[in-house]
Design a protein around this ligand. Structure first.
Ligand code: ZN
Length: 380
């Protein structure tokens, strides 16, 4: 089956993160087995009680739990939701050399290319183990990959993490961290400000200090990125109940994207220090900061074999990505991780996302040659 028809089959299976992805895993399973891989399905139940499946398929017959593979091709099976008005979301549609459908770009295009590469490579002749790894729940926080990083069903020397990069190898990525902040005040009639304490005014003081923290983080530069430093965002804020009531509570979200090499806790620690300082000035200053996500940045050396190989195969110099990927979890599994795949991240998550058909076919060929370089017989 060619790579476009494989993609059409994958797009047809609805794998929005909220639904089970078992249909897609069950579709891929007989194909990878027929290609000569030995597959294991790792199941778990997500926090809403939906069953999720992850596939780890390895070329080596005597492969044991925790053994190292020479190369892992890693794709996430889940997609973001789609607008019901997009009636062709699950029907791959070609127009002007572009293949449209939910997940075509992010990241079923990569999975279709990886399957084609595995079916074309003569897996039984490979001398070093190759793995195909299909994960769940990437779009909702890389939850499936985090389970793999914890349970370690395999380790990997190198890993291609499928994401739309327009076939440019991406060797580093910023981390992704979130916290919820609650500032408390004392409610009262707004005509008598001295009888209350506004949580909104207190939160505003703290947000002003967060802005200074963000300014200070610019000094810790990592030139491979644009912008070349850790960024901070207060994306949502809400507080108060009425125009004539002194606000008793104000909540905001704090998001930061740390550059690799920097502790992911850095912003939370700096903000906590400012909370203490504000408390010293205003003894009623009551504030809680709850960290809900703490993913560190990741960086693979510019001279790592997989970075070099993909640069040679594509003719594209390695770059960096600003969006979250499963690369940190693959790094935890020991891999030099490179983010790579067909399609452009700027059209992902949109109604009408697409992958260029030519890039999809090129990706399958590049992955096949990469498999042969990393896992093939020594003399070809
Ligand atoms: Zn993705």
């Amino acid at each position: 089956m060619n790579v476009e028809s494989t993609l059409a089959e994958l797009v047809r299976i609805d794998t929005r993160s909220a639904a089970s992805n078992a249909g897609l895993i069950n579709y891929v399973l007989p194909r990878v087995e027929a290609a000569g891989l030995r597959a294991r399905i790792l199941r778990y139940t997500d926090e809403r009680g939906v069953e999720k499946s992850q596939l780890v398929a390895v070329s080596q017959k005597d492969f044991e739990e925790g053994d190292e593979v020479a190369l892992a091709l890693v794709g996430h099976t889940d997609t973001v939701p789609f607008d019901p008005a997009w009636t062709e979301a699950l029907t791959l549609t070609e127009r002007d050399g572009k293949l449209y459908g939910r997940g075509a770009c992010d990241t079923k295009g990569f999975i279709a290319a990886a399957l084609a590469a595995i079916e074309e490579a003569d897996v039984r002749r490979l001398s070093r183990p190759l793995a195909l790894v299909l994960t769940a729940d990437e779009e909702v926080g890389c939850l499936g990959a985090k389970r793999l990083a914890e349970s370690k069903p395999f380790s990997a020397r190198a890993a291609v993490v499928g994401e739309p990069t327009s076939l440019r190898p991406m060797r580093a990525g910023k981390g992704y961290c979130l916290a919820d902040v609650t500032v408390r005040g004392r409610e009262g009639h707004s005509a008598y400000p001295h009888l209350g304490a506004s949580a909104i005014t207190r939160a505003a003081r703290l947000v002003g200090r967060i802005e200074k923290i963000a300014e200070g983080l610019k000094r810790d530069a990592h030139e491979a990125f644009d912008p070349p430093h850790t960024t901070v965002n207060v994306g949502v804020i809400s507080g108060g109940t009425a125009k004539n009531v002194i606000a008793g509570r104000c909540d905001f979200t704090l998001e930061w994207r740390p550059v690799p090499g920097q502790s992911p806790e850095i912003v939370a620690d700096l903000v906590r220090r400012e909370i203490e300082a504000l408390r010293a000035e205003d003894e009623g200053f009551e504030c809680e900061l709850r960290v809900t996500r703490l993913d560190a940045g990741v960086e693979t050396r510019a001279d790592a074999p997989l970075v070099r190989a993909l640069e040679e195969e594509t003719g594209n110099a390695a770059g960096t990505v600003a969006f979250g990927t499963e690369a940190p979890q693959l790094a935890e599994l020991g891999a030099d991780a490179v983010v790579f795949g067909p399609g452009d991240i700027r059209v992902a998550h949109r109604t009408g996302e697409f992958v260029p058909a030519a890039e999809l076919r090129d990706c399958a060929q590049i992955l096949r040659r990469t498999v042969e370089r990393f896992c093939g017989p020594e003399h070809q």
